[in-house]
Design a protein around this ligand. Structure first.
Ligand code: PLP
Length: 427
């Protein structure tokens, strides 16, 4: 297997257009030599020291260069490896903060349904993806849910300005039911990942969420593992709403896939409560702040800056909207997303928006057909009712060219004709 830019070649020499960067990871494209060089240099200098004993120049530089890109007062960084670990650490930070501030009753977490925050047990508990948790119910902790602002499936179809789901008011109702004194944090993806097919809440949504969280003293955790690192055309997705979360998680694209790197960002006002109290976030991990992994992150971040790739994601995002032309296909219900993160939802009936029955395995069939045609996409199912609902995600590298976007749309149509069109009959 090898890769270059937006393309992959398998061991038989077959070429694929990588339409989703793996799991929305390969933001700067495959085969960028500079990143490997920076990692090798770091490994030669020092590959690993325990974060409990030392910090390293590369960790400090990454923290300060990343902080400069984050909204508001998010200026302290904690580096881990996976998005799930970052979510676990962010939620633990929220909980520890309240305990150390003398508010031990504040422990409940609220999240959106559907939504995805990872597969380790607390992150899985926060994720509203029932089939991922099917074998582990006994171990899942209670995380409270409010419906995600997925306008396409909302009863109001996105047309009612006063809709409690689409405006975010539903969060306040839930907080009042639980008692604000018991609620520690609300976690949400500013632009949805695969669990909602890149749902983009309306412009006032996160401003309303911010106001509700402030009113009830609840920490707002923005999970930017999928939608961050420039993917929506700005470094963070949440900044487009004009708000700053209390805690932010990042992962996937921050190292472009060259090393497994994730991060939690928090402001001094939160970190200081722990620093003055117990002295540390109770989340030590052997490989946190790993020097080589952080070198990959630093080199990726500098590569993004030097090549103006966030600006490019913004510009190419406008061209990726050519995907909207797929709406003429009889079973494409909606094409949605922001910037370089897009979701295409397949429905059985466009009028009623009814999903295909699960047995038709539409998302999987389409994904297999796309791969046969030479296009890699990311499938998802279950977002409508926990079982049904088929969509695929597109999240190409920011270096994609307009002609390659046209190629993507052409391959999408070939795969559609080869799969979705006959999916019901074949099931
Ligand atoms: C929004 C979001 N949060 C967290 C995660 C978990 O990240 P990881 O798979 O790196 O553990 C994901 C992964 O898809 C994600 O999309």
């Amino acid at each position: 297997m090898r890769g270059e830019g937006c393309y992959l070649w398998d061991e038989d020499g077959r070429r694929y257009l990588d339409g989703c960067g793996g799991a929305f990871v390969a933001n700067i494209g495959h085969g960028v030599v500079e990143i490997g060089v920076a990692m090798a240099q770091q490994a030669r200098q020092i590959a690993y020291v325990s974060g409990m004993t030392f910090t390293t120049e590369v960790v400090e530089e990454l923290a300060s260069e990343l902080a400069a890109l984050l909204p508001g007062d998010l200026d302290h960084l904690y580096f881990l490896s996976s998005g799930s670990e970052a979510v676990e650490a962010a939620l633990k930070l929220a909980r520890q903060y309240w305990v150390e501030r003398g508010r031990p009753a504040k422990h409940e977490i609220i999240s959106l349904a559907p939504g995805y925050h990872g597969n380790t047990l607390l992150a899985l508990s926060a994720s509203a993806r029932p089939h991922y948790a099917a074998f582990f119910h006994e171990w899942i902790v209670d995380v409270h849910r409010v419906p995600a602002p997925l306008a396409y499936h909302c009863a109001c179809r996105g047309a009612d300005a006063s809709c409690a789901v689409c405006s975010g008011a539903v969060l306040e109702q839930r907080i009042l039911e639980l008692g604000a004194d018991n609620v520690a944090a609300f976690i949400a993806e500013p632009v949805g990942g695969s669990s909602t097919g890149a749902a983009t809440p309306r412009a006032d949504y996160f401003r309303n969420i911010r106001a509700i969280c402030d009113r009830h003293e609840i920490l707002f955790v923005a999970d930017e593992v999928a939608c961050g690192a420039g993917r929506t055309g700005t470094w963070s997705a949440v900044e487009q709403y004009g708000v700053t979360p209390d805690i932010m998680t990042m992962g996937k694209g921050i190292s472009g896939g060259y090393a497994p790197l994730s991060a939690v960002a928090a402001p001094r006002r939160i970190v200081d409560v722990l620093a003055r109290g117990s002295g540390a976030l109770m989340h030590a991990q052997t490989f946190s702040h790993h020097a080589v992994t952080c070198a990959a992150g630093l080199a990726t971040l500098r590569y993004i800056r030097e090549h103006e790739l966030v600006e490019r994601a913004h510009a190419m995002g406008a061209i990726l909207q050519r995907l909207a032309s797929l709406a003429d296909l009889p079973h494409v219900g909606e094409v949605r997303g922001r910037g370089m993160l897009a979701g295409v939802e397949f429905v059985m009936d466009r009028e009623t928006r009814a999903p295909f029955p699960r047995r038709a395995r539409v998302a999987e069939r389409f994904t297999e057909a796309a791969q046969r045609a030479g296009l890699i996409v990311w499938p998802n199912y279950g977002h409508v009712n926990g079982i049904d609902g088929d969509l695929v995600m597109l999240a190409p590298a920011f270096v994609i060219e307009p002609a390659q976007i046209d190629e993507l749309v052409t391959l999408f149509r070939i795969a559609y004709d080869d799969s979705v069109a006959g999916a019901l009959a074949a099931s």
